[in-house]
Design a protein around this ligand. Sequence first.
Ligand SMILES: NC(=O)c1ccc[n+]([C@@H]2O[C@H](COP(=O)([O-])OP(=O)(O)OC[C@H]3O[C@@H](n4cnc5c(N)ncnc54)[C@H](OP(=O)(O)O)[C@@H]3O)[C@@H](O)[C@H]2O)c1
Length: 287
Amino acid sequence: MARITVFGMGAMGSRMAITLLKAGHEVTVWNRSKDKTAPLVEAGAKAADTPRAAVKEAEFAICMVRDDNASQHVWLDTQIGALANLPEGAVAIESSTVTVAWARKLAEHCSTKGIAFLDAPVVGSRLQAEASQLIYFVGGDTEIVAKAEPILKTMGGAVHHAGSAGSGAAVKLAVNELFGVQVATMGELLGLMRHCGIDETKVIELVSSTPVCSPAAKAAVSAMQARNFAPMFPVELVEKDFSYVIEVAKEHGAQVPMAEAARRVFAEAISLGYGSDNITGVSQIYL
Ligand SMILES: NC(=O)c1ccc[n+]([C@@H]2O[C@H](COP(=O)([O-])OP(=O)(O)OC[C@H]3O[C@@H](n4cnc5c(N)ncnc54)[C@H](OP(=O)(O)O)[C@@H]3O)[C@@H](O)[C@H]2O)c1
């Protein structure tokens, strides 16, 4: 059993920490808002006051926070950042959905300090985290991936080595672009069919029956019809991820007009007050 620190007790990080505890690991947690660590302490974790204190004895430190800024705060803050205190031989794992540039920069910071680093973002949401069925895309050195794999496999059904540091972040953003574009399109076409006066149930049945409709799009359109917008992967995080796709593209001189269009759609949903709804809540724009 390993000594593992988890930063970020949000929807995903708290579930991942519980899974690690249930598997018998010694887990220390930290969260910016301290009250969110209470249920984890009740479940057997130790809570630390700062990321720096949280990693004092860690063999693995896993970060699952909102974005690049939050990740920077956790690892590198001059007062409380974890990196300054990670023991020799520990592995720093960034599981938040971050930009490729940030994952690579963090890898460099770790390398300067002689700390092993992986970017290991996940596909799958709250239910998959509860069921240990997350899919990991991992960037980093092969031997470090092998070392961390048993820990990641506790939380995930699959661990894929994507390449060098930053590759996990890149593949994760690609998957989220594909997912988000499909969901936004499903919302749009439901609205279009309604305006044409075509029976919604029939449209969903027929579109879903075709080979062009992916399982993800099918599930999304069913949730839209049922008006199930209970947060799993909230609109505001989807918009954040599209903004990261655009940022990565700008940095590397790539064109991403689909991502730009989808980002505008999710930003509109946020401006209409649907930011905390699930990704499927984007369909409310078209009601
Ligand atoms: N939800 C999903 O379905 C899903 C799926 C795959 C990947 N992801 C990615 O996983 C990450 C976490 O997602 P989530 O759903 O768990 O989000 P969440 O429930 O909104 O939790 C966000 C976490 O980040 C922390 N945080 C935010 N800003 C911070 C800052 N400046 N400094 C330190 N901590 C900060 C929050 O702390 P406080 O409690 O103090 O606010 C909280 O612990 C994100 O990168 C997201 O894109 C999410």
